[in-house]
Design a binder for this molecule. Sequence first.
Ligand code: PRP
Length: 180
Amino acid sequence: MKNDIKEVLFSEQDINKRIKELGMQISKDYEGKFPLLVCILRGAFMFLADLVRKIDIPMSVDFMAISSYGGKTDSTGQVKILKDLDTSIKNRHVLIVEDIVDTGLTMDAVTRLLSTRKPASLRIASLLDKEERRLLPIKVDYYGFKVPNEFVVGYGLDYEERYRNLPFIGILKEKIYRKE
Ligand code: PRP
């Protein structure tokens, strides 16, 4: 599996260190607010699991699974909910947890949907921010790392469902996804 990686961008250590910082910041910002962390499946499962262990204030978690209509180039940014939240978010301080914000279409659709449910606040935490690819002006409130426009995998991020279990984040070799 590691042979398919061209370059390691963030090691396990880099990720742990950064998540600790994010956890401290989130704990400070949400003190007394009992935030609800909403994990967007599947890519964010690992980030969520590590992040919540670095948050030392009372909080809760819920999960949402979505798929985009018409693929990544669909400018409508419509998403289909495969699994909705079990928790009511009305008057809750909601923090969406993502692995990567790329074009921003997913986060645009999710934030628009969740806003209709009248949360007390709604913010985004994303481990990776690929700003260069943004099609919509989505602001990531808490990001781990900015990433270049490369095919990144590992630590939850996949290529055809593989590589999610790598403990680091790396750039996938082109020959893996450029099949003739
Ligand atoms: C990835 C990622 C984000 C989305 C970001 O999900 O987890 O949800 O793409 O891209 P965007 O900003 O261009 O919308 P993916 O559809 O690959 O599903 P996964 O989380 O199950 O891997």
